[in-house]
Design a protein around this ligand. Structure first.
Ligand SMILES: [Zn+2]
Ligand SMILES: [Zn+2]
Length: 267
């Protein structure tokens, strides 16, 4: 328990030394680096340094994978999306004053029970809200204008998690994750931990690899491959609404589980 006391002391000294607005911006930048940029870079580098391992664990076949120029383009757009969100956030804090923050700052650490409740609340909220927002984005009158961009990569890579139209990026990738917990009055550290977790989930879901992800990344990967299936990432809402079945194959009951059981190898 000594490390908890040490962590609390460190966190208390950070709160005493820096303004809440500065801490919030630093936290947001750090969570994106830790949760998304580092793991996404590692996933991309697997192809370079461990090509046979990479091929063995790719969900989709070699011929469907993006080319290096396409990967580079995806990384650039993804980084740009992260930068403008950070810029907007910093501007909003500048507007309210750096003595304030949007997220609740408390010099004490959140308890383990609070942390668990926050995670469960955040996961439930994002599963439900992301499902309906994502299905709305697939509506024919909206899809071509906004969500089509995110579906450019039918065999996704991690950075494709944030390859999206600005409106989609702001609503689906940012607001749906931070708003429920911010409104709940969640502790800053709890929200940062949840953000890192969600960023990693998104990176792993789009990684194109079949490891280090529960539930399996192959579930959401199939959404990028087939479009009209598996809109949510935990698959709970898809099971409730029957969208865990490939719609056009429903008569033959060829559901997603068959794809999963095939080991996702197409050839
Ligand atoms: Zn996606
Ligand atoms: Zn989609």
């Amino acid at each position: 328990m000594e490390y908890i006391a040490e962590t609390e002391k460190l966190w208390g000294s950070i709160c005493a030394r820096y303004k809440p607005g500065h801490i919030e911006i630093a936290g947001v930048i750090s969570s994106q680096i830790i949760g998304l940029i580092i793991p996404a870079t590692v996933y991309v580098l697997l192809d370079v340094f461990l090509p046979s391992f990479s091929r063995m664990h790719k969900i989709q076949s070699e011929r469907r994978q993006p080319t290096w120029p396409q990967i580079w383009h995806c990384m650039q757009v993804s980084m740009f999306n992260q930068l403008w969100i950070i810029g907007l956030h910093a501007l909003a804090i500048y507007w309210i004053g750096f003595d304030h923050s949007f997220i609740w700052m408390d010099p004490r650490l959140p308890s383990l029970k609070t942390l668990i409740i926050d995670f469960l609340f955040g996961m439930a909220a994002s599963e439900v809200m992301f499902y309906y927002v994502h299905r709305a984005l697939h509506h024919p009158s909206i899809y071509v204008y906004i969500h089509k961009m995110h579906h450019k990569y039918t065999a996704p890579i991690s950075f494709a998690a944030e390859y999206a139209h600005p409106i989609e990026h702001f609503i689906a990738n940012v607001l749906l994750i931070v708003l429920p917990l911010t409104l709940k009055g969640t502790h800053f550290l709890s929200l940062m931990a949840f953000s890192v977790f969600e960023f990693y989930q998104a990176a792993a879901d789009h990684s194109g690899y079949d490891f280090f992800k529960l539930p399996s990344a192959s579930i959401y990967d199939l959404h990028h491959e087939k479009f009209r299936v598996n809109y949510s990432t935990l698959e709970i809402m898809d099971r409730i609404h029957g969208t865990d079945i490939v719609v056009w194959d429903r008569s033959s009951q060829q559901d997603v589980r068959k794809f999963k059981n095939k080991g996702q190898k197409e050839e």
